[in-house]
Design a protein around this ligand. Sequence first.
Ligand code: HEM
Length: 245
Amino acid sequence: MRTVALAPGFGRKARRSRPGVRLGGPDSMLARIGTLPIHTVGQCGASARGAAADEWGCPVYGMVNKAVEDLVRMNHGGETWRRIKERAGIDVEVFVSTEGYPDEMTYALVGAASEVLGASAADILEAFGVHWVLHTAPDGYGAILDAAGGSLPEFLMNLNQMHTRVGMIFPNLKPPRFECGEVTENSMLLHHHTERPGLGPMVKGLVIGLGKRFDTPVRVEQVQDREKGADHDVFRVTWGPGAAG
Ligand code: HEM
């Protein structure tokens, strides 16, 4: 089975570049990471923090950046995290979970982690998704996780309700929206709707993490991709004996 922990040498190699040089082709996720203002339409929440907020754009809650930090520190140590932050041009000392930070900071951190660790942005996002479910969410939000379901398919069908509960703690949350289609005993199509681009690998990692949480073998294949012109991402999720691999 494929390893999704973000370890040294893990995954495909990202192309190295000088700071400020775009990675990948003009339309690739890598090219967009760290360069794109995510919320070019819609309202910005009021909580984007600090001097950086004006230049960067709209907020994502700090617990996301904290989770990226946690993942890097756990696998590569504090010095690597310092280099990644420096490369991303971010001088925030401590991310506060309940404060808003511009989405672009998160994308810049993923782009910088990709360069510093020599892993693709997709592999980093996927590892982040797994880490979020297994380590970040249970640490403080275990009750919300527990209430969301006792099996993988039940949890997937409750994702919107779960984020509605999360929204009571984080009032400016811009949650994802999911739809479950073609549900059978051991598979479904999971539709992900969001304003944020390039998150397909993260959703894959989140679902793999849920499989681990429920000790359920799971396979996640992306069958529709916004990066390739579709209006939203769709994943075929298959679970149970024979699904892994
Ligand atoms: C207790 C568990 C969870 C908590 C507390 C939580 C909380 C959050 C928070 C704070 C954000 C950032 C949104 C913002 O700042 O505007 C987020 C985004 C997101 N969450 Fe959750 N989440 C949880 C579990 C999950 C799970 C299990 C999935 C599985 C698919 C998931 C899917 C996503 C996705 C895909 C995003 C990215 C936002 C987007 O698509 O636009 N979350 N969540």
